[in-house]
Design a protein around this ligand. Structure first.
Ligand SMILES: NC(=O)c1ccc[n+]([C@@H]2O[C@H](COP(=O)([O-])OP(=O)(O)OC[C@H]3O[C@@H](n4cnc5c(N)ncnc54)[C@H](OP(=O)(O)O)[C@@H]3O)[C@@H](O)[C@H]2O)c1
Length: 325
């Protein structure tokens, strides 16, 4: 099969189209004929040699795909050859075929085009487990999402706005702020010319935010603590601006805050299946109608290198995808 190989991992890596043997699905896996693969920052980090795939995972990059089931593992039930699915993977997505755990499959929703669906799994799994499981977002609570136009932010805003939450989102330009409002944010904050702490304090009558999803870190670590409400929860999914900071923890104590941070890729199959079950129940009925994939651009599989370079420029809104068929 055609697949993308990382050559010369490091700063000057190259993504090269090559031939690899088609994967064989394990007993609890299905084989997918891949039509679309989503790009994630983790793929860029892997190519730079900074984020090795977990043991047993193919070295082909790609953590989410969409396509058609063409082969079933012996222990898989509930799916059939021919089903149209999107899947969260630990790796191996930039290819014509990929093996996926049956517990990480979601049906391609009605009214969502097949390639577009490849941009959903990583964003929905990450948004749900960090905001609901770690962040314990309750009905009626406020939510602040940093990186509101990121692949994850663009879906997270839609999911939690549809569930009736008042959402604040940060982004680095007025155009990105417009997009955040279109996704359902009640207030978008251009962090280049507004202070998000001051804005959320003012807009919540001084109460602050119940749950904050952060992918920035650095100076935001202290500022999130300032922006949080009493009993607030702050969940980090990345520290793009740095994982080291000098922090005054007194307000954490005084406001009874919870600070959390998680990764998804290395979690057990059972944990991913539990997230998938919640998504099927709570989110999937809304996908296609009220929640739509946000796609900035689709590149052919052979242009994976150009796709990575485009993503590294950080101008995108939503997801960048590869067309693999
Ligand atoms: N922990 C997990 O399980 C998990 C899972 C998936 C992804 N992630 C991480 O979550 C983050 C978002 O993923 P994604 O795929 O949605 O990424 P993405 O689409 O590339 O979005 C990242 C966004 O972060 C914003 N940003 C804010 N401050 C930044 C800074 N200092 N440096 C760089 N970007 C900054 C940028 O938007 P502005 O232009 O508005 O600043 C950028 O669009 C990534 O860092 C990824 O590695 C974590």
């Amino acid at each position: 099969m055609k697949a993308i190989e990382i050559q010369n991992p490091g700063r000057d890596y190259r993504l090269v189209l090559t031939k690899r043997p088609q994967p064989q699905p394990g007993p609890e896996e299905v084989l997918i004929a891949v039509e679309g693969a989503g790009l994630n920052n983790a793929d860029l980090l892997q190519a730079r040699g900074l984020y090795p795939p977990p043991a047993g995972t193919p070295d082909i990059p790609g953590m989410e795909v969409s396509g058609t089931i063409v082969q079933m593992g012996t222990a898989v039930s509930g799916w059939r050859v021919g089903d149209k699915v999107c899947a969260l993977l630990s790796g191996g997505g930039y290819a014509e075929f990929a093996a996926a755990d049956a517990g990480c499959l979601l049906p391609v929703p009605q009214d969502v085009e097949m390639v577009e669906a490849s941009g959903l799994p990583e964003a929905v799994f990450t948004a749900w487990t960090n905001i609901v499981d770690s962040g314990r977002l309750h009905p009626g609570e406020t939510l602040l999402i940093h990186g509101g136009t990121s692949g994850i932010g663009s879906i997270a805003i839609q999911i939690f706005a549809a569930r009736g939450h008042r959402i604040f989102a940060t982004a680095g330009s007025d155009a990105k702020c417009d997009a955040c409002r279109a996704f359902g944010a009640a207030r978008a904050i251009n962090y280049k010319n507004e202070d998000f702490v001051a804005v959320v304090k003012q807009e919540t009558g001084g109460a602050g935010i119940d749950v904050i999803l952060d992918m920035v870190g650095g100076s935001y670590i202290q500022r999130n603590i300032e922006a949080a409400s009493i009993w607030g929860r702050i969940v980090n999914i990345a520290y793009q601006d740095g994982a080291r900071a000098e922090v005054n923890f007194a307000p954490v104590l005084i406001k009874r805050l919870t600070l959390a941070a998680t990764t998804l890729r290395a979690r057990s199959a059972d944990q991913k299946r539990a997230i998938r079950a919640a998504l099927m129940r709570e989110v999937w009925p809304l996908v296609g109608a009220r929640i739509r994939p946000v796609v900035e651009r689709v590149f052919p599989l052979a242009e994976a290198q150009e796709a990575h370079e485009f993503m590294a420029k950080k101008g995108h809104i939503g997801k960048i995808l590869l067309r693999c068929a």
